[in-house]
Design a protein around this ligand. Structure first.
Ligand SMILES: [Zn+2]
Length: 97
């Protein structure tokens, strides 16, 4: 299933695909896009508070913006990747010959 999802994603006409690196989420080590804040930061105004997220629902305690929590986190990953793009490593696609 992961293989199918990966193929679907790379078939889309985008130049950059940003992903959270969850490898070290539980041991506190730093990742390229820190996953600790993508789910608690408002994708509309940037206000960050743990209480913004309640299960599957995100509702900003500052501006009141409400959206699906995963969609909010996805928008933050896109925004963070734009600001961090120069520091991101780029993996070239493997092309079968
Ligand atoms: Zn907000």
């Amino acid at each position: 299933m992961n293989h199918n999802i990966a193929n679907w994603i790379v078939s889309k006409p985008y130049d950059v695909i940003a992903l959270e690196d969850l490898t070290n989420i539980r041991n506190g080590k730093k990742n390229e896009i820190d996953p600790r804040y993508t789910s608690r930061t408002c994708s509309k105004c940037g206000f960050q508070k743990k209480e913004n997220r309640n299960g599957k629902t995100f509702k900003c305690k500052s501006c009141g913006f409400q959206i699906d929590a995963d969609l909010n986190a996805s928008r933050n990953i896109a925004t963070f990747s734009r600001s961090d793009r120069s520091r991101l490593s780029v993996n070239q696609p493997i092309v079968a010959g």
